[in-house]
Design a protein around this ligand. Structure first.
Ligand SMILES: [Cu+2]
Length: 386
């Protein structure tokens, strides 16, 4: 008994030694393999995005979807087109994704992102990746792409100011009509979720050549970063079933690059408006479009989810001192910064994340809780299916 135990021990250590020798032989191969996988995980994500002109309809269904009724006096302040009113369709600019650098074929929008509306495409990355955006300006005014959060050199900041740069470091600041520029943004740890964040967070990108005018004209989009190791191959967070990005802002069409074009194209007395009405208080009021993703009075499509799904909402706001927004969900609650809420506070430039597991099926109201903004149409509907 004793002997056989001893021989067993000898035999085991003999095997261990052989195993170790084998492992030592495989070390270089293993190192190579590990190196390859981490190189694969750190990828360059390419985007071809153009700023394009669009005729944007703020209420394409033509009715107030919240009341289910035709537009009345309150809504018509903003949506009615007439002698001295532009109405609900404005020429705007938007970021749109193309299939390649020829910029001739628009990339089809995934139905999951239909709700982005006026916003540009989602730019995604996992911490460790590099984002490369080939940008073409197809609008009639100089524009740029300025990102939040990620790491960039001066040649990829997209903002002109007295920062001591010159030459090629300035090419990104104001891409002229028909011009192109390639922006390179790195995604180090500090561009990704912090200790209190979930597996992903959203930054914004927008034109910053003339920031107030560019963003009022529509050049705005989301940039989503997922924690290292938490992303699917497409960059989306593994632990989330569905993501929504919602933007709350009052688009001030009086401050758009295209105000004059809009007066000429969409009012029936453009000369009178251009001569006498641009400073008129009622005219200016009619051009304040209180939107969620570019839609008023419940016209935002695509906010559909299933009961029990892990849903992540990214909320953003732009604008000026009237742009304090308090998006509120009916019927559900969400976790925001670890706290249970059904409402989020946003100021211009805010970016917040809310995680929701919708548990009650139905069609629900999602609206800004500021009274003046409710009247002006900053409301949407979302649907939870069984
Ligand atoms: Cu609001």
């Amino acid at each position: 008994m004793h002997d056989s135990r001893r021989s067993l021990v000898v035999c085991r250590s003999g095997r261990n030694w052989e195993l170790r020798r084998l492992l030592l032989l495989f070390v270089p191969v293993l190192t190579m393999l590990i190196g390859c996988t981490s190189a694969m995980a750190q990828q360059t994500r390419m985007y071809f995005i153009a700023a394009v002109d669009v005729d944007w309809d703020y209420a394409p269904t033509g009715i107030n979807q919240i009341s289910g009724a035709a537009f009345g006096e309150t809504e018509n302040v903003f949506v009615h087109s007439g002698k001295e009113r532009i109405g609900k369709v404005y020429q705007k600019a938007a970021y749109r994704e193309f299939t390649d650098g020829a910029f001739t074929t628009l990339k089809p929008v995934d139905p999951r992102w239909e709700h982005l509306g006026i916003m540009g495409p989602v730019i995604r990355a996992e911490v460790g990746d590099t984002i490369q955006v080939v940008f073409k300006n197809m609008t009639g005014f100089p524009a740029s792409m300025h990102p939040h959060g990620v790491l960039y050199a001066k040649s990829s900041e997209g903002t002109p100011y007295n920062d001591g740069t010159s030459g090629s470091d300035k090419a990104d600041d104001a891409v002229p009509p028909d011009g192109t520029h390639t922006y390179i943004w790195l995604v180090p740890e500090r561009a990704g979720p912090g200790p209190m964040d979930g597996s992903s967070l959203a930054w914004m990108y927008h034109s910053h050549t003339d920031e107030p005018k560019d963003t009022n004209t529509g050049l705005i989009g989301p940039l989503i970063i997922t924690r290292k190791g938490s992303a699917n191959p497409d960059g989306s967070p593994k632990d989330i079933d569905r993501e929504f990005v919602t933007l709350f802002t009052v688009f001030d069409e009086n401050a758009s690059h295209y105000l004059e074009q809009n007066v000429e194209r969409f009012t029936s007395k453009p000369r009178r408006v251009l001569k006498k009405r641009l400073e008129d208080e009622d005219f200016r009021e009619s051009n304040l479009m209180h939107v969620v993703n570019g839609y008023v009075y419940g016209n935002l499509p695509g906010l559909t989810m299933k009961q029990g799904e892990r849903v992540r909402w990214y909320l953003q706001a732009y604008g000026t001192e009237v742009d304090l927004h308090t998006p509120h969900w009916h019927g559900q609650t969400a976790l925001i910064m670890g706290m249970r809420m059904d409402m989020v506070e946003l100021l211009p430039g805010s970016m917040k994340t809310a995680d929701m597991t919708p548990d009650v099926p139905g069609t629900w109201l999602y609206h800004c809780h500021v009274n003046d903004h409710i009247d002006a149409g900053m409301m949407a509907l979302f649907t939870v299916t069984e």
